[in-house]
Ligand binder design. Structure first.
Ligand code: ATP
Length: 670
């Protein structure tokens, strides 16, 4: 009981502030060891290893040893199925058991398609939608569920970053999103700096991750180390790494695996899928788990694997790297798949009844026994001590990140503003010189209004279509890692767009309004600019909805084009509203072009009584002499101004809500 209480106390003490202070390394049974020793749990037997004789780089790389939250992960009889499109289940992992203890670096290996990523995702509670997991997966005595996101780090095979950010900006934002909200700013900065130094990123801290033209970008190794640093920010006790060495040269791969080794030496539990590592790399791993056809072909001390295979008659030639040999034995040979499957089944069956498997089973049982005896409260305290940042903090830092991305992307900024100015000037000069209160002037005013509405609708609406499909992989990964929720992301994304959504309509409408000589009063100018801001924001909301609802830009365009045509046709410009056939007339109630056209027309013509009539005789068209007559021509009603503005606001809210729902739906399907 005293020991249990001690355990509980240590985990409860492990607040972010306190975890900064150096602590001696701990064994897997959490007993304190002399400062220069670390227990490396090598699977079946635990043996004290002289820390500074084996890993002299550890202290140099990671500074004074810290004490992460110790994590023991146990999985028993885990089977993973995936739902296929035809509704049937396909088994990817078959009845797999294992244990990962603090201080251990585990290599999860197997031929391509063996189920490594599937198993690791299941262990980390990050399986994609449509995955069915049977069996038990328990971390520190609690079945894994969403809390594992904050207790563990998951380094993906393909790293995805917000590319326009520099290393230090990325880590700063991630620290704000990931670290406990009680962590002080100084402690957070110190952690970021410490990680950059430890992972040799300090020199590149002002380099953009995947910069734009002419900017230096990070190397593949640096990107992997940055991904690793990101996962280490919270100093998790459990680390999953999916093929971290893929795409790296041998020295970068060695450097990365040394870092994983160093992490394990500090008390973390590290599980790592890896493809055919060299003998030098393999020497860093304590345990080896070999998967084949979704089953375990071997699990135990890396050094015992050769003996097990030899006992089955598979002798690794002296010239062969043992791991290459294991993979060769466990891979399907093209042309004789049935024989290979038979051999693999036989190896897996023999392993299941081997002494190594029995020892592993005993170890798992022992761990279960210990967990059963652990006080429930102590588990909860360990799991629940983390306090995530408040949602408004997350929104603020996401807005910062997206603003940086927008500012650094010339596609969206300077070029777009210059383009707007050029279009405004070109359109505006066409209206120069016509007096407003004449018959020709009426047509010009309505034309200028339509140009203002169309330019604030179509190009902005199409410009956001690429946004969500492009950002979805990063968003979905961060969402799955529990960094923020869909509404937080969506709100931040929209707030970051807002400066542009204000500047663009003000600039464009201002220039066209002035050049076209529209109604000259502060009320008319102010209201027209306000309506044009609303129009652009509704268009962006509608574009966002199509962007969220359809996974790709071509698909979104395919649906949006007919939609925007129907909105335009019912806007009141081309056809009198009263003459639209009844079965399509309802579309006008969705048309912000109609609402804005009516509202802007009212602003221009309400109360106007003195339109001159000079050309009625020559054209035969009856003269309009008052603003009301102009409005009647288009079936507009002067009392509808605030109704139109309210409808625009309602459409704005509705499209954003629909976009949010569509985004949520898509994240649940991935
Ligand atoms: N959603 C899915 N639908 C059907 N089959 C799938 C699905 N996901 C994975 N698989 C299959 O499951 C098997 C295991 O996939 P997994 O990605 O876990 O393998 P792996 O061992 O990590 O391979 P690699 O080393 O090539 O990354 C593969 O044959 C893969 O094609």
């Amino acid at each position: 009981m005293g020991k249990k209480a001690d355990k509980t106390k240590r985990s409860a003490d492990n607040s972010p502030e306190k975890s900064e202070s150096p602590k001696p390394l701990q064994s897997t049974s959490y007993e304190l060891l002399p400062a220069d020793l670390v227990y490396i749990d090598s699977g079946i037997k635990t043996s004290p290893v002289k820390y500074d004789s084996l890993y002299p780089e550890v202290e140099e790389v990671f500074g004074v040893p810290r004490s992460p939250r110790p994590c023991t992960l146990v999985w028993r009889d885990v089977t993973v199925h995936v739902k296929l499109k035809n509704g049937r289940l396909k088994r990817l992992v078959n009845n797999v058991s294992g244990i990962a203890k603090p201080g251990t670096l585990i290599a999860l290996m197997g031929p391509s398609g063996a189920g490594k990523t599937t198993l690791m995702s299941a262990l980390a509670h990050r399986s994609p939608f449509g995955t069915v997991i049977d069996g038990e997966i328990i971390m520190n005595g609690r079945p894994v569920c969403s809390y594992v996101d904050r207790e563990s780090g998951y380094m993906h095979q393909d790293d995805i970053f917000a590319e326009n950010l520099t290393v230090i900006e990325h880590l700063t934002v991630m620290a704000r999103l990931r670290m406990d909200r009680r962590t002080s700013t100084v402690a957070r900065k110190r952690r970021v700096n410490q990680l950059m130094r430890q992972l040799s990123l300090y020199e590149s801290r002002f380099t953009r991750i995947g910069g734009l033209d002419g900017h230096k970008t990070l190397s593949g190794g640096e990107r992997k180390r940055l991904a690793f640093a990101t996962e280490l920010l919270t100093d998790p006790g459990l680390l999953f790494c999916d093929e971290p060495t893929t795409g790296l040269d041998s020295s970068s791969a060695l450097k990365l695996v040394s870092l994983l080794r160093a992490s394990a030496a500090q008390g973390k539990t590290v599980i790592c899928t890896i493809h055919q590592p060299s003998s030098e790399l393999m020497a860093h791993f304590d345990k080896l788990v070999l998967l084949a056809e979704g089953r375990i072909a071997f699990a135990g001390n890396a050094s015992a694997a050769l003996g097990f295979f030899e006992s089955l008659g598979y002798h690794c030639p002296l010239t062969y790297n043992p791991t290459d040999y294991f993979i060769k034995v466990l891979a399907l040979t093209p042309g004789s798949e049935a024989a290979s499957r038979h051999a693999i089944k036989s190896i897996c069956d023999r392993f299941a009844v081997s002494d190594v498997a029995k020892e592993l089973d005993m170890e798992i049982h022992l761990e279960y026994h210990l967990m059963d005896n652990e006080v429930e409260d102590s588990r909860r305290i360990r799991g629940d001590s983390f306090r995530p940042p408040h949602f408004y903090t997350k929104i603020m830092w996401l807005v910062y990140r997206y603003l940086l991305m927008i500012i650094r992307d010339p596609r969206v900024q300077l070029v777009r503003i210059l383009q707007k100015l050029a279009i405004a000037l070109t359109a505006g000069v066409c209206f120069l010189g016509t007096p407003r209160l004449t018959q020709a002037g009426v047509q010009d005013v309505q034309g200028a209004l339509f140009i203002i509405i169309a330019e604030n609708t179509f190009s902005p609406m199409y410009s956001v279509l690429h946004m969500f499909p492009e950002e979805f992989p990063l968003f979905n990964r961060e969402l799955k890692a529990g960094l923020y929720s869909t509404p937080v992301y969506y709100t931040a994304r929209m707030i970051a767009l807002f400066p542009g959504l204000l500047i663009e309509p003000v600039l464009f409408t201002g220039v066209v309004y002035w050049l076209a000589g529209l109604r000259y009063s502060a009320y008319a100018i102010g209201l027209t600019i306000f309506i044009s801001i609303l129009v652009l924001n509704v268009a962006i909301a509608c574009g966002s909805f199509f962007s969220c609802a359809f996974g790709s830009m071509p698909l979104a365009i395919a649906y949006l084009v007919p939609f925007d045509y129907s909105l335009m046709m019912t806007s009141g410009i081309f056809i009198k509203l009263s003459s639209i056939p009844r079965y399509v007339a309802w579309i006008r109630y969705l048309s912000w072009l109609m609402y804005s056209n009516e509202a802007m027309s009212i602003v221009q013509w309400d109360g106007v009584e003195n339109i001159t009539c000079t050309n009625s005789n020559s054209t035969g068209v009856p003269c309009v002499s008052t603003g009301d007559e102009v409005l009647m021509q288009y079936d507009f009603t002067s009392s509808n101004l605030w109704l139109d503005i309210s409808a625009l606001l309602l459409l704005y809210i509705t499209f954003h809500l629909l976009a949010l729902l569509a985004l949520r739906y898509r994240t649940r399907r991935k």
